[in-house]
Design a binder for this molecule. Structure first.
Ligand code: AMP
Length: 356
């Protein structure tokens, strides 16, 4: 891999807040970003040099985009992979398509983690309604139905507490291929966030303790406390093995439940992650900068904490309405994504506070 010099153009598939923060980091480092997204009012495009607004399966538009980029990355993992295979011959895609494919498939990512020695919750694949009862019998009740594809922020999920509730759960997720996953008794949740360079160099940020509310990340805190700190090494081994097996280049995130039996892998994201937003102010190098460094084949930056304690709080729905109050707090690093109307469950921004 040859290093891309500043001035090169980085294509980003996806036009949301992750793309916006990647583009801001890239601009600071002297790179240009070209956003590709189907939505006309992309918040990432507002801070990027160029924007292509087209569907993810438009091979002609993707090819023109690829011709204008020196490398392509993504901030959204639910991009169809077939059109990407067409463009990858001409422009490198980092992280590669294999990583994208595994992360798009809830069952596939769990199998992948198991093969590498990781523990996961019991699960069974359900392709149609007929398979559902047997799948729930296998994993037991209560369980969660999760769609195999396109699930995020608790979307595409239904809790199923007893056999009589299977039909309603199946209807709730729209009758799509899914997994039945056993409910896990966990004491805390955490993520492993790493950056991997093409030469195999890996940097980990300290794992934050993540609190979810209604399936959506509410807050990430560091230090994560003794329970998570005690499980971090094992979780990192799995994440590093996964990144190496995928010949991964960029930032990768794995989410875990901290259980009495050790870390239980939940899911992976082949990209920068909400639980890493604190790294903008709370680490020597942010996840966004290290992702850009990795995909441009620059050396990775240091990941150490810049404070004793860091708290990142998401602003969801109308929590961003009191922006005046947030800006009045002179210790708050306020990030507002510039999305129009707040909707319940919509991530509108986040606030990071450092304590020394
Ligand atoms: P996911 O979309 O898989 O990340 O799920 C979102 C959140 O729902 C997780 O972060 C947990 O808080 C909760 N959750 C997901 N799966 C399980 C499970 N098997 N047992 C208990 N809680 C879960």
């Amino acid at each position: 891999m040859t290093t891309l010099p500043p001035g090169s153009t980085i294509g980003i598939l996806g036009g949301g807040q992750l793309g916006k923060m990647l583009a801001i980091a890239a601009a600071q480092m002297g790179y240009r970003c070209h956003i590709y997204a189907p939505e006309e009012n992309s918040i990432a495009a507002e801070v990027a040099a160029e924007f292509t607004c087209a569907p993810y399966d438009d091979v002609a538009a993707l090819s023109t985009f690829a011709d204008n980029c020196d490398v392509i990355t993504y901030e959204f993992e639910n991009v169809p992979v077939a059109p990407l295979r067409v463009i990858e011959a001409g422009t490198p895609i980092r992280p590669n398509i294999k990583a994208l494919e595994i992360a798009q498939d809830r069952a596939g990512e769990k199998r992948f983690a198991s093969e590498l020695g990781g523990q996961t919750a019991r699960f069974a694949v359900i392709r149609d309604r007929q398979e559902a009862d047997a799948a729930f019998e296998k994993v037991g009740f209560p369980a969660i139905l999760k769609t195999i594809r396109m699930g995020y922020d608790g979307k595409g999920q239904a809790r199923v507490s007893e056999p009589a509730a299977v039909s309603a759960g199946w209807a709730q997720i729209g009758g799509q291929p899914a997994i039945a996953e056993a409910m896990v008794g966990f004491d805390a949740e955490f993520s492993v966030i790493l950056a991997r360079a093409s030469n195999g160099d890996i940097r980990f940020w300290d794992s934050p303790c993540n609190r979810h509310e209604g399936g959506i990340l509410a807050r990430s805190s560091l230090p994560a406390g003794p329970l998570i700190e005690g499980q971090q090494a094992e979780a990192r081994r799995l994440a590093a093995a996964a990144a190496a097996a995928l010949e991964y280049v960029g930032v990768m995130t794995m989410e875990f439940f901290a259980t009495a039996d050790g870390p239980l892998f939940n899911e992976m994201a082949p990209r920068v992650h909400n639980s890493g937003h604190w790294t903008i102010e709370g680490a020597a190098t942010s996840q966004f900068e290290n992702h850009i460094r990795a995909v441009c084949d620059l050396p990775l930056g240091a990941t150490r904490l810049t404070a004793e304690r860091v708290e990142m709080e998401n602003l969801i729905g109308d929590q961003a309405a009191d922006w005046g109050g947030l800006f009045a707090d002179d210790d708050a690093h306020v990030h507002l994504y510039g999305k129009g109307t707040p909707q319940p469950g919509r991530k509108m921004g986040h606030v990071t506070r450092l304590y020394r």
